[in-house]
Design a protein around this ligand. Structure first.
Ligand SMILES: [Zn+2]
Ligand SMILES: [Zn+2]
Length: 222
């Protein structure tokens, strides 16, 4: 596999994540998410187009080619594996590992990736519940926004987008909103634009824009 620069790898990973969360990838969105200017994004995307990694639709939507997808999956795998290692072996809190993994993922050679995966017994998910590339969450997974009061749910995955904010991740941690934990939906308020939850440790509430990025599985219903 050809080696790509860290910048190209970051673009590929972001395009992959947007596609996985069924979000449209346009230059403006990339510019905001990568904290850079639209002209820079256009220049990089042109280069990636030339290298056969992405294509741009008439609607300006950017998508990965087969080759781009292959490289992106490789980076996503390195990212998830790094997070798992940092959290489960080195003991860095799950809400902080994303930023560290973001640096590590670009530095791993194929041999290191293979050995690390073996050492960790080939984990299937990152600490935020993101499945490894090529696998998916169960079909009955829904977002917290799609739940109804009275439902008890198990948290399956914290959307990748949310990992970018350590402060937000900390709040989720303090409210026990992490993969494997159970919460009961007690209220959904359009006025407050928030969802109220109840766990064994007490109540918490999440704004709608966060709730739509949290994936859960229904366990039971009143
Ligand atoms: Zn991450
Ligand atoms: Zn993760």
């Amino acid at each position: 596999m050809t080696e790509h620069s860290q910048v190209i790898e970051e673009y590929l990973l972001l395009l992959y994540k947007l596609d996985r969360s069924r979000e449209k990838a346009k230059a403006v969105i990339l510019a905001t998410r990568l904290e850079t200017s639209p002209p820079t994004v256009h220049a990089t995307i042109s280069r990636m187009q030339r290298d056969g990694l992405v294509k741009v639709k008439k609607s300006k939507e950017i998508y990965l080619t087969k080759e781009g997808q292959k490289v992106a999956e490789d980076i996503a795998y390195r990212h998830n594996l790094s997070e798992y290692f940092l959290c489960n072996t080195l003991g860095i809190p799950w809400y902080e590992v994303h930023q560290h993994a973001h640096r590590l993922e670009h530095a791993m050679t194929p041999v290191v990736v293979k050995k690390l995966a073996e050492f960790l017994n080939n984990p299937g998910f990152c600490p935020h519940g993101t499945p490894m590339p090529g696998t998916a969450l169960p079909k009955n997974t829904i977002t917290l926004m799609e739940t109804e009061p009275g439902m008890t749910v198990e948290v399956a995955m914290i959307g990748e987008v949310l990992e970018d904010s350590v402060d937000l991740m900390k709040i989720l941690h303090e409210n026990l909103i992490m993969p494997g934990n159970h919460h009961k939906i007690t209220e959904k308020s359009e006025v407050m634009r928030s969802i109220s939850l109840e766990s064994k440790d007490g109540p918490s509430a999440l704004p709608f824009h966060v709730a739509e990025k949290i994936f859960v599985i229904e366990i039971s219903r009143d």
